[in-house]
Write a new protein. Structure first.
Length: 529
């Protein structure tokens, strides 16, 4: 029981208290996160962090503890909270190779795992698939279904119209020689270390970081500033705009002192517009090194590491990485980090970080994957010949596929008018030279959400199901994850000669500070009529 006076405890003690209070595991990392982002106030000096249990209890009562009740009130009592996976940490939902490359609109692996799990349990009652089955994802995306199938001992086929999406998925699924890959990564990093287009950059950044640290320590003092913001009675926008203007002359003076060139000479492509001059030169140098790698599998994973790197090094604010607005070439107030931040002038730090992170994640996945087959096919799911494509890629898998056919589908089709899937990776298409096929996307953002867009979308999804149906077993199970706000899926079922036998409505727990509105999606269970 917490008394009225302040009760200060260490992070591990707070973790034990919260675990008992919430009746579920709360790790010290979870408590540290709350402190780091100003959800609860930091106490203690000399490096010893303490939290007030009263503050912690207040946080849980105001949001987390009451979340299920409030969401059901907003979205309906039919909300399946088991499928919220609210007990998971971010590192659980982005485990091993699932985080090799960012991708908008992907679902968490635990959702796939729940439905393709080969065991029954008290909640689900039924197992839809068994070990050795084949599962299909006709909207492959970044390959979440393929990877979970590999982890769970199920063969899999994925199809995507985007060549880059297929590259992401196949890189995740590939089995690498660890020693060879490690050497290739070190060679790539060494090539950048010895490349110095402009040695003024390092001196400039060192001086700029020192000035930023001095300024931020005074005006945006870490935990205290974040805690003040979270109390809700502080005008963040007004204050941050003033401080942005105040620091700008310092930045401009340093640019002039070190004669730093910001913009590139050309502005013809995405790579020309969204990267600082020095960053672009480094990208081109590393890519030339990667092209010299003889092993195709290794060359692809190195290119994926570079793609992940350059996404993080675009000249934009940290909070606009997912949806670009305009090139950011000056220092700025960062709504994510709550301080003045700077654009990136070099890819070195990010390339090193992502290279070793990739190596670590691949090693982890190698200990979990089962000896089953997979195939990632570039093609239009409305017309592709799955038997023919798999036979070209993997004759051994092709025999199994033709003999036992596909047991079912688990996928998340695109939502109507929400994402332009090719455009989100424009930097990678420019870099790698893949041909874009935007016109073959179903329900892209650029086509909107009007009547014609909805009609075209419903027909497109039905065409996919009708084409895939010929490769499925007679008693197939299809699971489609969708936010069906226009009630299109009953029509899609009808057009594809199927029926909806069940619906699972799940809450999608938003992790971003700017969007806490309750949001749900439905997993539609289709079977043949």
């Amino acid at each position: 029981m917490i008394k009225n006076f302040m009760s200060l405890v260490s992070i591990p003690e707070a973790s034990k208290w919260a675990t008992d209070y919430l009746e579920k595991e709360v790790s010290p990392t979870n408590i540290s996160y709350l402190v780091q982002y100003g959800k609860v106030k930091k106490h203690g000096e000399n490096g010893s962090t303490l939290v007030d249990l009263g503050d912690l209890k207040k946080y849980y009562e105001s949001y987390n503890g009451k979340r299920e009740i409030s969401w059901k009130k907003n979205l309906g009592s039919d909300l399946n909270w088991t499928l919220s996976f609210d007990n998971l940490r971010e590192k659980d939902t982005t485990k091993h190779v699932h985080r090799l490359h960012p991708y908008k609109g992907k679902y968490i692996p635990q959702l796939v795992e729940y439905f393709i799990d080969t065991h029954t349990d008290d909640f689900k009652k039924e197992a839809y698939f068994k070990s050795g089955d084949i599962i299909l994802d006709p909207f492959l995306g970044s390959g979440t279904t393929l990877i979970q199938a590999l982890e769970m001992g199920i063969h899999s086929v994925g199809i995507d119209v985007s060549e880059f999406n297929c590259m992401i998925a196949s890189c995740k699924a590939t089995h690498y020689n660890n020693e060879y890959l490690q050497k290739a990564i070190k060679k790539m990093l060494s090539a950048l270390d010895t490349f110095e287009h402009d040695n003024k950059i390092q001196e400039f950044e060192t001086e700029l970081l020192a000035e930023l640290a001095k300024f931020n320590n005074v005006h945006f003092p870490g935990y205290d500033f974040k805690y003040k913001l979270n109390q809700g009675n502080f005008n963040e926008k007004k204050f941050s705009t003033e401080k942005e203007r105040e620091f700008l002359p310092v930045y401009q003076k340093l640019l002039k002192k070190h004669a730093i060139k910001l913009k590139q000479d050309k502005s013809d492509s995405f790579l020309d517009i969204w990267f600082m001059d020095n960053v672009r030169r480094e990208i081109d140098h590393v890519f030339q090194t990667i092209k010299q790698e003889k092993d195709v599998k290794t060359r692809k994973i190195l290119a994926l590491i570079l793609s992940r790197t350059i996404r993080s090094c675009r000249a934009t604010t940290h909070s606009d990485l997912a949806t670009l607005k305009e090139p950011q070439l000056t220092t700025y107030y960062c709504y994510k980090h709550k301080k003045i931040c700077k654009p990136l002038f070099s890819i070195k730090t990010m390339l090193n970080r992502y290279a070793f992170d990739t190596l670590s994640r691949i090693r982890e996945f190698n200990t979990l994957r089962k000896p089953v087959h997979y195939s990632a096919i570039t093609g239009d799911s409305r017309t592709v010949d799955i038997f023919e494509k798999v036979e070209k890629q993997n004759p051994e898998f092709s025999k199994i596929l033709k003999k036992q056919k596909i047991a079912g589908i688990f996928c998340s089709p695109p939502y109507v008018g929400q994402i332009d899937y090719h455009e989100q990776h424009a930097y990678a298409y420019d870099l790698l030279g893949f041909k874009r096929k935007d016109d073959l996307e179903i329900g892209p953002l650029y086509k909107g959400q009007g009547q014609e867009a909805r009609r075209s979308y419903a027909q497109g999804i039905a065409d996919v199901l009708n084409n895939c149906k010929q490769y499925l077993k007679a008693d197939f199970d299809i699971f489609l994850v969708a936010n069906d706000k226009y009630n299109l899926y009953p029509k899609i079922a009808e057009k594809s000669g199927m029926k909806i036998v069940n619906q699972f409505k799940r809450p999608v727990l938003n992790r971003t500070e700017r969007d806490r509105n309750p949001y749900s999606e439905i997993i539609f269970h289709f079977k043949s009529k």
